[in-house]
Design a protein around this ligand. Structure first.
Ligand code: ADP
Ligand code: MG
Length: 352
């Protein structure tokens, strides 16, 4: 039987450092980190419970990879550069085959995103994975949810709805333990890969520090997450549903509720940001953006207006009836005044 210390030693220590500033990693009472002068730390924690946040029977390498990927996405949303992470692992038993694969997937993700494992905690109990990520931002340059202003554009990276469709595919799979992380990573645009091994938009987030007025990563769905920006910024959003970026893979899968998936399914871990029109022009002329957007395009999906909440225009239901102007907050499709007649205060805000 593997002792706690053997387990940590065998699977979670001695990894190479994938980032700068780690003075001391796994093995002591604390890790020691030295952020570069003039930077601030960005810190975020995510807890993932088996059966609640992920399918427990998924191949362990994928569970490890995904746990870090979704946590690192929060750094991308703030424009932060990854530095270090800690792992709180609660395990029902010390299954070495599972641990070996989990550790391999986690390490692949650490290498892919340039973030170093510097410590953690290991306990016995129902399978739960806690990841705390630490990144750095030049002081005063962090992207937040505040800062969106009327007349600014609303943009999203990549495509939306893929992970929601991928979740359906994963849900109906007979044997998720046979999924291969390596195969998924070779087909990163497949719906299953979009759900099971998402790619945090780190380079885009860091570039957006110089351009965007507010930013968030899309974990709960475009409408729900955009609503957070709107609330924090004290403004409203109009999203045009016919502008939503839908991938070829999603169109081919052709779910009956494709627009709803793109608006509300979540798990895509794309970035949603607001940007002044003049800054959008400048961003599109930026060499780094041109290079990045060749593989991860950015699409304007709407604009910021005065008011509160999120209005989606041009939503059609399965029968093809236009529900123009309906307000889609999470699961609710409560009718509000249409886009043409839109005025501040006409928008439902469930929090008021
Ligand atoms: P302490 O009792 O001082 O809190 P632990 O015995 O829990 O220390 O852990 C010993 C070392 O191993 C510490 O450096 C800790 O950060 C690290 N560690 C424990 N669990 C993990 C884990 N799951 N992943 C990475 N490092 C871990
Ligand atoms: Mg100690």
């Amino acid at each position: 039987m593997l002792s706690e210390f053997d387990l940590i030693h065998r699977y979670f220590s001695g990894w190479e450092s994938y980032s700068d500033g780690v003075l001391l990693g796994v093995g002591d009472d604390c890790a020691l980190l030295k952020p570069a002068a003039g930077t601030v730390l960005a810190v975020s924690t995510d807890t993932m419970v088996a059966g609640v946040h992920f399918f427990a029977d998924t191949a362990a390498a994928i569970i490890g990879y995904r746990a870090l990927a979704v946590s690192v996405s929060d750094l991308a949303a703030m424009g932060a550069a990854p530095m270090a992470f800690t792992l709180s692992l609660t395990l029902p038993n010390a299954d070495e085959i599972w641990l070996e694969a989990f550790s391999r997937g986690l390490r692949l993700a650490a290498a892919a995103f340039g973030i170093s494992l510097v410590g953690g905690d290991t306990t016995r109990g129902p399978l739960t994975i806690g990841v705390q990520v630490i990144g750095t931002n030049p002081s005063g340059e962090s992207l937040t949810r505040r800062g969106a202003k009327p007349e600014q554009l609303i943009c999203v990276s990549g495509s939306l709805g893929d992970a929601g469709a991928g979740l359906r595919q994963a849900d109906s799979l007979m044997d998720r333990s046979r999924l291969s992380l390596e195969m998924l990573r070779q087909a990163p645009d497949s719906l299953l890969a979009r759900f099971l091994c998402p790619t945090p938009r780190l380079a885009l987030g860091q570039l957006l520090r110089h351009y965007a007025s507010a930013c968030i990563d899309i974990s709960d769905g475009l409408v729900a997450d955009l609503a957070h920006i709107m609330k924090a910024s004290g403004v409203a959003a109009i999203v045009e549903s016919d502008r939503l970026p839908l991938s070829a893979a999603l169109r081919q899968f052709n779910p009956p509720d494709i627009t709803r998936l793109a608006l509300a399914a979540g798990d895509d871990y794309e970035l949603c940001f607001t940007i002044a029109a003049s800054r959008w022009q400048a961003l599109q002329a930026d060499e780094n953006f041109i290079r990045l957007s060749a593989s991860v395009p950015v699409t304007v999906v709407g604009k910021v207006v005065a008011g509160s909440g999120v209005v989606v225009t041009g939503v059609t239901n399965a029968q093809g009836d236009c529900l123009q102007g309906d307000c889609l907050q999470g699961e609710c499709l409560a009718p509000v005044t249409g886009y043409q007649h839109f005025a501040p205060g006409d928008i439902n805000d469930p929090d008021q």
